[in-house]
Write a protein of this length. Structure first.
Length: 455
């Protein structure tokens, strides 16, 4: 074998030895099992509209589930959050691979001796850093935490988008209902004007009453036109943002909104259900675990990773051949300690933020559950009052036509009836919206795809 061939063979043997030395055993640490998140479950089974009258009433006013979910998936913010899951998968793969890579070094030099010959000498080396087993296990847990956080962020973004859709839907319904009520009032004011005009022609009323009736009719027409304009504007906005709802908008008649039904169970039970499976709260808790893992990793980094390498060189024109293996170990200092302090502080920030999120989510859940459970009673009172006021207004209008009541009192009675009707309509939609929001927050409708796989 020639000297060059022998040199290459020994170099290959040393490189293989270095590769085997870098393959360190990894041990699964049970202490890091906290980085794994069990799949969250929903303690409340799917509600059956036939078995739950209040759910059936909501199904009459809400758009169908399938087009809503398909449309939510196409929302830009939801698509961006879904793409974030792919980013997290890449980060998980990066963490699993580790921070170290193979490094090849080569050099060429010329040796000159006094009054002697010149020699061309070369050197070749191969090295790589070694990730310690404890760091490898922590990195794997951090990769799983990345996936958990990104998945929960997607679900939370989906849920917030569904909330926005629900709010836009009921904002349109309120204006549609108000527009219908004001249109009816405009018709009644027009009828009242005709009655006044007939009485004036018969000499039974003064011209002043005619002016009052004309002013009331104009006011009612203007109120209706303004409400109709707001309705058209909100409807157009809903259809621009959610075009798949066009069929639902055309099919829903605001004049036939269902009566709210009593909510089963108390507010406390619904708050417990909402908090048991809340994307925002789960996301905050997952971010706490992620920050704690990062702090643990920063603590491990105070012990630097060693690097191992093999090298071979030819000196004095090949007369001397050198083979060796070497180990380098950086010495950690103040910078690594500062990194750990920063990570620990960030973990505390995440814990404090999670506490704030829990407080806010709990407060909002109590507010919505209270409105959903108690609003139905208030609506019934307002609806009864509205019906009584409408009857009183009709009697007042009849009494005026018979000359038994001044026009001012009849008009005042009609205004009071209108206010009562608008208040009852607003209360009705408030209850329907709060109950729908409660279903949404309890993950009983418009759930994200990943949530359905866990059912």
């Amino acid at each position: 074998m020639t000297p060059t061939a022998a040199f290459q063979a020994r170099l290959h043997a040393l490189v293989l030895a270095g590769l085997l030395a870098c393959t360190l055993p990894s041990h699964a640490a049970g202490a890091l099992a906290a980085g794994e998140h069990p799949p969250h479950t929903n303690p409340l089974a799917r509600l059956n509209p036939e078995a739950q009258p209040w759910v059936a009433s909501l199904h009459q006013v809400l758009p169908p589930d399938a087009p809503v979910r398909a449309m939510l998936l196409r929302q830009p913010q939801v698509q961006a959050a879904h793409a974030g899951v792919g980013v997290a998968q890449g980060r998980q793969a990066r963490l699993a691979a580790g921070p170290h890579e193979w490094t090849v070094k080569s050099g060429l030099q010329q040796r000159r001796e006094s009054l002697g010959p010149r020699y061309t000498e070369g050197e070749l080396a191969l090295e790589r850093g070694l990730r310690l087993p404890g760091k490898q296990v922590t990195d794997q847990a951090m990769g799983r935490a990345e996936i958990e956080v990104s998945t929960l962020a997607f679900e939370d973004t989906w849920h917030e988008s569904a909330r926005s859709l629900l709010k836009a839907w009921f904002d349109w319904l309120r204006e549609a209902r108000s527009s219908r009520t004001l249109a009816e009032q405009a018709q009644l004011a027009e009828q009242q004007l005709k009655v006044v005009q007939r009485r004036i022609q018969a000499g039974e009323a003064a011209r002043l009453e005619g002016l009052q009736a004309e002013a009331e009719s104009s006011r009612a027409q203007a109120a209706w036109q303004q409400a109709a304009a707001r309705e058209r504007s909100l409807q157009a906005e809903v259809l621009r943002r959610y075009p798949a709802l066009q069929a639902s908008v055309l099919a829903l008649a605001p004049a036939n909104l269902p009566a709210p039904s009593a909510l089963p169970d108390g507010a406390a039970a619904w708050v417990e259900r909402v908090l048991a499976d809340n994307h925002e709260l789960e996301l905050a808790e997952a971010q706490v675990q992620q920050a704690e893992l990062q702090a643990r990793r920063a603590g491990l980094d105070k012990q630097a990773d060693p690097s191992v390498g093999v090298r071979a060189s030819r000196e004095r024109g090949g007369a001397e051949q050198v083979f060796g293996i070497y180990l380098s170990l950086p010495l950690g200092g103040a910078a690594r300690q500062a990194d750990e302090q920063i990570a620990l502080a960030q973990a505390q920030v995440a814990r404090d933020k999670a506490a704030e999120v829990r407080q806010r989510v709990s407060s909002e859940a109590w507010r919505i559950a209270g409105l959903a459970s108690e609003g139905e009673v208030a609506w019934r009172s307002l609806d009864t009052a509205g019906q009584r006021m409408a009857q009183a207004a009709a009697l007042a209008a009849r009494a005026y036509s018979l000359g038994e009541l001044p026009l001012g009192e009849a008009l005042q009675s009609r205004r009071l009836a209108l206010e009562a009707q608008l208040s009852a309509d607003a209360a009705r939609l408030d209850v329907l919206e709060s109950q729908s929001r409660l279903l949404l927050d309890a993950h009983q409708m418009w759930t994200p795809p990943s949530h359905d796989k866990e059912q």
